[in-house]
Ligand binder design. Structure first.
Ligand SMILES: Cc1cc2nc3c(=O)[nH]c(=O)nc-3n(C[C@H](O)[C@H](O)[C@H](O)COP(=O)(O)O)c2cc1C
Length: 603
């Protein structure tokens, strides 16, 4: 199972819709990072550029608002003395309980390096990188103060008390030159590549492994391979290709306007990785299944730029080709940054976590019928056919499906399945839009599920009773048994219908959640603190819930995500109804604990 990497964007500016001189947008950054976390991305790269933000502080911010996501801090050795870097990385690692990786950039462009005072040749930069990695690892491990005396670094009696959480921090190296293969192959835990066709990628992996072997590393200790793509996906192949050409047009227009990543007529890039990409681009637009190169040419191969175009299925299959080659880490980032990250999460991540458990399959029907006709004939036949019973089950109560009647929730998607009891309505009136939304999504799932299970149980019971009666009759009466088969088939069909209905509702709730994620943040956020008191219908004091909204703008940011939706299976503890359990759970997540202390004042 590969791990997935994204790239961090500090604001809503993208290559296809640039916002000139955009500054860091903390809300956007938080939202982007939390989406990655919720969708199960394993890492996000925090890239480095001489003119851009500081990856350490951006990384710290991401780590403070996420739970599992790891950050890959891009680091150019010329920008930070190695002992300082060792401590800075270890500090971040401790603060995040071990969620830090470092990605080294030797520096691919002399001009870019010169901007920050680095005038070494490229070979020298790789030599310095070799030293740098060794110093960091020593600083993370050494119990004793140590000296260093090499061509690039000299220091005496450095002693470090800031250790990473889980032993040395994983070190990644990126590049495609001989020196990159040598240093990365011999020293790195991870080796980063840009997306090339399968054959060329295989060649590069072989080179890296050969360097690892040359350095005496056993096969079990070779660098893990990271490959980077810019997938352009849509529901169908045609839509994906239309999106790809639109993306390309936007890249070209923006470059012409001077708003691209490189100026129009930029000179050929100096780094081997970009040169390789441009050479491959000259061979044709599409390589292998769906690797698309015009985006490489349009951006002068500035950074990872090879697209993978197609339906989710095509993109998944393409990515799996690279996993088969030996890629352990797959970096996917799009051109429409946040929306693409969400779409990848929805469509292309293998084994996505379902929003709700899938509907159970048709169970084996219980049969107490003894197939021996002689024995059966002696059985007392008391059962009646219940073939018509499904009507009772599926017919809706007209009083409850009329949204204008009291006690009926007009908001529900499907009145027959989503009729809320009145105490829930009281609750609904008392809470703000955000809580309403979560509840609505949740109800849709839970009520569909509960209703589904109830109906399924009844259906199975009726099916079994009917089946048994019919079989018994078939034994006793001969041709009548045909009806039993009809009954079983019919019930099974009803089950399938129910299952589809349930899946449909879960899908609907999921889509609704996705839509909300795409809304501008301010539309998701409540506007003022409030205290909500909710009473259950029996007015029993112990059943009264109080909520004090602790944080409105900042402290606890509203999150709609799979992780905030509870696992309905875990809710029914036999004491509280599923909804109550959920409520208590959400109370912990969104609000202060039930108050025995005074409530905050209502505003
Ligand atoms: C996965 C990956 C991520 C990279 N991230 C950065 C980055 O954040 N900043 C940067 O200047 N270069 C980045 N690079 C570029 C290379 O590290 C850089 O071109 C290298 O120093 C020299 O490349 P070469 O050995 O291929 O000539 C990245 C490369 C790869 C493969």
């Amino acid at each position: 199972m590969p791990e997935f990497i994204s790239v961090t964007f500090p604001n809503a500016s993208t290559e296809i819709a640039p916002i000139p001189n955009a500054s860091i947008d903390p809300e956007y950054l938080t939202r982007y990072a939390r989406n990655l976390d919720d969708y199960g991305y394993n890492y996000t790269l925090v890239p480095y550029d001489s003119s851009s933000y500081d990856p350490f502080t951006i990384g710290a911010t991401i780590l403070s608002v996420t739970k599992k996501l790891k950050v890959i801090i891009a680091l150019r050795p010329n920008t930070l003395y190695p002992t300082v870097a060792a401590k800075a990385l270890a500090t971040l690692d401790q603060l995040s309980s071990g969620r830090v990786v470092v990605h080294f950039i030797a520096g691919g462009s002399d001009a870019e390096q010169a901007k920050e005072g680095d005038f070494l040749s490229k070979d020298e930069r790789y030599g310095r990188l070799e030293d740098y990695i060794k110093i960091l690892r020593r600083a993370w491990k050494s119990d004793e103060p140590f000296d260093w005396d090499s061509e690039y670094y000299q220091f005496k009696q450095f002693s470090n008390r800031v250790r990473p959480t889980n032993g040395p921090i994983p070190v990644s190296v990126g590049g495609s030159s001989d020196e990159a293969y040598r240093i990365g192959g011999s020293l790195a835990d991870i080796f980063g590549l840009w997306g090339e066709p399968l054959k060329e990628t295989k060649d590069q992996i072989d080179r890296i492994y050969a360097e690892a072997a040359k350095a005496g590393r056993p096969d079990s200790d070779r660098p893990r391979i990271w490959v980077t793509f810019r997938p352009i996906i849509a529901e169908t192949e045609d839509l994906a290709w239309a999106k790809a050409h639109k993306t390309l047009d936007a890249l070209n227009v923006n470059t012409a306007k001077g708003q691209g990543k490189t100026p129009p007529n930029a000179p050929p890039p100096q780094n081997a990785g970009s040169q390789r990409l441009l050479d491959i681009a000259a061979r044709g637009e599409v390589q292998d299944r769906a690797l698309w190169y015009p985006t490489v040419t349009a951006t002068n191969a500035r950074g990872a730029s090879t697209a993978l175009v197609g339906s989710p299925q095509t993109v998944i299959e393409s990515l799996l080709d690279y996993v088969d080659l030996g890629a352990d880490l797959i970096s996917i980032r799009g051109y429409d940054n946040l929306n693409d990250a969400i779409d990848y999460g929805r469509f292309t991540r293998p084994e996505p976590k379902p929003l709700a458990p899938p509907a159970p399959d048709w169970p084996e029907t219980r049969s107490t019928i003894d197939q021996n006709p002689a024995k059966m004939a002696k059985k007392t036949i008391t059962g009646e056919s219940h073939v018509g019973a499904e009507d009772q089950v599926f017919n809706t109560n007209p009083a409850l499906s009329d949204p204008d009647k009291p006690g009926v929730d007009e908001d529900s998607y499907n009145p027959p399945l989503c009729v809320y009891p009145s105490w829930i309505q009281q609750l609904e009136q008392g809470v703000a839009d955000y809580e309403k939304f979560i509840r609505r999504v949740y109800y849709t799932i839970v009520s569909a599920q509960a209703e589904y299970e109830r109906l399924q149980q009844q259906t199975v019971k009726h099916a079994n009773d009917g089946l048994e009666a019919h079989r018994a009759r078939a034994v006793a009466e001969g041709p009548e048994g045909v009806k039993a088969e009809h009954s079983a088939g019919y019930m099974k069909a009803r089950h399938e219908e129910l299952k589809m209905g349930y899946d449909c509702m879960v899908g609907e709730a999921s889509n609704y959640a996705e839509e909300l994620r795409r809304l501008p943040l301010q539309q998701q956020t409540r506007t003022g603190p409030k205290v909500v008191s909710i009473e259950t219908p029996n007015q029993n004091q112990s059943n009264r819930f109080h909520f004090a909204a602790e944080s409105v703008e900042g402290e606890i940011e509203p999150r709609i995500s799979k992780s905030t939706l509870p696992d309905p299976e875990k809710l029914d503890d036999g004491l509280n109804s599923p909804f109550e359990s959920w409520l208590l759970d959400m109370q912990g997540k969104l609000f202060s604990t039930p108050t025995t202390t005074p409530l905050r004042s209502t505003k």
